[in-house]
Each structure stands twice: as C-alpha cells, then as structure tokens.
Design a protein around this ligand. Structure first.
Ligand code: B16
Ligand code: MG
Length: 213
C-alpha cells in the first residue's frame, strides 16, 4: 500500500529547470561551448559539478579543478539571481491542488531533490508547508542516480521504499528511484524513459494513480 509520495523539485514541482538552462547557457556561450536543450536534458537530476563536467565535455580544452570551481560558482550565482525573483505565484494551481489532495487523503509528502538551492526555492515559493520532510543536495553524499536522496526522504517519513512513490522528470532520478526499490512515476522527459514504471502527462493524474495502488 502506498503511504508516501516523494517529489523531485526541479522540473516536477517547479520549472526552475528553465533557470538552470539559462545559467548554463550563459557560461557555455562565454566559453564558446555548444549548449542546447538536448545537452540541458542530460543535466537533469545530476549534481552541479557533474553537470559542469557534462557541459565541459563538449569543449576540446581541459580545465583545472580550481577553474571548474570558479565556473560552478559563477553558474550558481547567476542561477540564484533567477531564484531570488521567484514568488508563490510560480507554483501552479494544479500543483497546489495535487499536493493538497494527497495530504487530504492521508499521504505523507516529501521532497527528494539533488539541489543545494532547495531551501532558497522553498523559501521563495512558500511550498514547504505541504511537505512532511525534505531531503536535498545538502544532506546527501551521492547524487542521483544513486538512491541516497530518496532513501533519506523515506527514512524521514518513517516509511519503507516499497510504501512510497517517487515522481521524477529525469532519467537519473528514475534510475535512483528504481535502485532504491520505489515505484517510479515519470513526467516530462522521464515519461518517455523505458525504465519508468508509470508515465504521466500531468501531476493531476497522480491522485487517481495513488488510489489505485
Ligand atoms: P544545484 P532536482 C537538480 O534538481 C537539477 O535537476 C539539476 O539540474 C541540478 O544540477 C541539481 O539539482 C543540483 O542543483 O546546483 O542547485 O545544487 O531535479 O534533483 O530537484
Ligand atoms: Mg528534476
């Protein structure tokens, strides 16, 4: 029986993925590295430094660790400028209705995000009130596709992985959910991924799906 739902943040609850894209694009343009939506999709769910390594893999230059630290910090500063402008109006009515509907039905809700910027995003959008637990880039040592972030979220909810659904937009996130023994639901890019247990087109399909389990 499903007792909890663990939501990825970026690309599932909020469209902060467009800000990641703009910030990485700005860095890539400066370094004259080709970067488009297809490359950006490879960065979904993976950590900041792993993302940077993917971006730099399209360059024929090599960079020192110190140079990479500077680049990652520059990208993050630009990304945070976009986040600072977020408000509760960035949360769609549909998303609110689904979170409220699941809570009303007694489900425990958690966030499972690779992002170290999760606290800022929650503060700006005011959505922390919907969640019983938050597991993010600040409490993990291994990023998705490692299941750590979701296993911690389930632990914080006092639930077993087999009692929880993981909702993801990233292939790395679906791999993480599967590796942790969760039922995986994919939206956006992850809806087309063959390893996703259940694809959805919109979050509003979740309530029915949870009730049928
Ligand atoms: P940060 P999620 C992930 O968030 C993003 O999808 C991924 O693109 C990003 O590199 C990662 O967070 C780390 O983010 O630089 O803010 O720590 O999808 O797991 O909610
Ligand atoms: Mg995501």
């Amino acid at each position: 029986m499903i007792k909890g739902v663990i939501f990825d943040l970026d690309g599932v609850l909020l469209f902060t993925d467009k800000y990641h894209y703009k910030a990485w694009k700005s860095l890539a343009d400066k370094l004259r590295i080709p970067f488009d939506e297809k490359v950006n999709d490879r960065l979904r769910g993976v950590s900041r430094m792993e993302s940077l390594n993917i971006v730099l893999s399209y360059s024929d230059q090599t960079f020192s660790e110190t140079e990479k630290e500077v680049m990652a910090a520059e990208k993050n500063a630009l990304y945070r400028e976009y986040l600072q402008k977020m408000t509760p109006s960035d949360v769609s009515d549909d998303t609110r209705a689904v979170l409220e509907g699941l809570r009303r039905r007694g489900l425990k809700l958690a966030i499972g995000s690779s992002s170290k910027n999760t606290p800022l995003i929650l503060e700006k959008t005011g959505i922390a009130k919907y969640f019983h637990a938050v597991s993010d880039g600040n409490n993990i040592t291994h990023s998705k596709p490692d299941p750590e972030v979701f296993l911690k979220a389930a632990e914080y909810l006092n639930l077993q992985p087999c009692e929880c659904i993981v909702v993801e937009d990233a292939e790395a996130g679906i791999d993480a959910g599967n590796a942790g023994g969760f039922l995986t639901v994919g939206i956006g890019c992850a809806a087309q991924y063959e390893k996703t247990d259940h694809p959805i087109k919109s979050l509003s399909e979740l309530i029915d799906f949870v009730q049928k389990q």
